[in-house]
Write a protein that binds this ligand. Structure first.
Ligand code: ADP
Ligand code: ZN
Length: 220
């Protein structure tokens, strides 16, 4: 099997990170590590972490760095990630998290960081129409609903609007992104790791753009 990749995916909420990360993870045969999915699973299961995170997430705030860093540190320590790599989605989200990740990955550094770029006006529309399967997380929209009612094509779960995709939480999350996460773009550019990929246009075309930048970094 060819070698995998170690990468971080940055991008505004609604840029299409989730969809693209699933594709990249199949293509490069590495786990897709989404901290949002991990937190939502913890909330569903009612773990201590889930109980701490629930309220914060519904309001569109950020879970404290120390909690997030522990979760990611544990996950990146497992055999699948140390042998093949990973695609990190939703982490780092603050400079503090990026600094911690730099230490965690000191012996196996990142190959690249992608900024999947989509303007705020566009993501606002995408988020307002986004619907998601409560069970498997598959994404739909009011313009591209499941085949039968609001029942997931994949797994039969209920397709709903995420609590944090409602208007108040959306503006809070986007402001959070500009304040805390956007500075990471320069931070990674300074370290020579950044690739900016245009997230506009058909999903398949975006995927091809991503393969191109990832392949260039893996072979260099
Ligand atoms: P999105 O990027 O669409 O807002 P995610 O699914 O990545 O959604 O994350 C959902 C929520 O989980 C965030 O709004 C935040 O409350 C919490 N979260 C996820 N990852 C992190 C992180 N690295 N640091 C802090 N909070 C996080
Ligand atoms: Zn489903």
């Amino acid at each position: 099997m060819s070698r995998g990749v170690r990468m971080v995916m940055l991008g505004r909420q609604g840029a299409g990170k989730g969809t693209q990360c699933v594709r990249l993870s199949r293509h490069y045969v590495v786990p897709h590590i989404s901290t949002g999915d991990m937190l939502r699973a913890a909330v569903r299961e009612g773990t201590p972490l889930g109980r701490k995170a629930h309220e914060i997430m519904n309001n569109g705030g950020l879970v404290p760095d120390d909690l997030m860093i522990d979760i990611v540190d544990d996950r990146l320590d497992r055999d699948d990630t140390t042998s093949r790599g990973y695609i990190l989605d939703g982490f780092p989200r603050t400079v503090g998290q990026a600094e911690a990740l730099e230490k965690i990955t000191a012996s196996l550094p990142l190959d690249l960081v992608v900024d999947l770029h989509v303007a705020t006006e566009v993501v606002l529309e995408r988020l307002a129409s986004r619907r998601v399967c409560a069970d498997c997380g598959h994404n739909y929209s009011v313009d591209a609903p499941p085949k039968y009612g609001w029942v997931c094509d994949n797994c039969g779960g209920d397709v709903v609007q995420r609590e944090d995709d409602k208007p108040d939480a959306i503006s809070k999350r986007l402001a959070e992104y500009e304040a805390n996460t956007a500075p990471l773009i320069e931070w990674y550019r300074d370290r020579g790791l950044l690739e900016v990929v245009d997230g506009l246009g058909p999903a398949d075309e975006v995927t091809e753009r991503l393969y191109a930048v990832v392949d260039a970094r893996r072979s260099s």
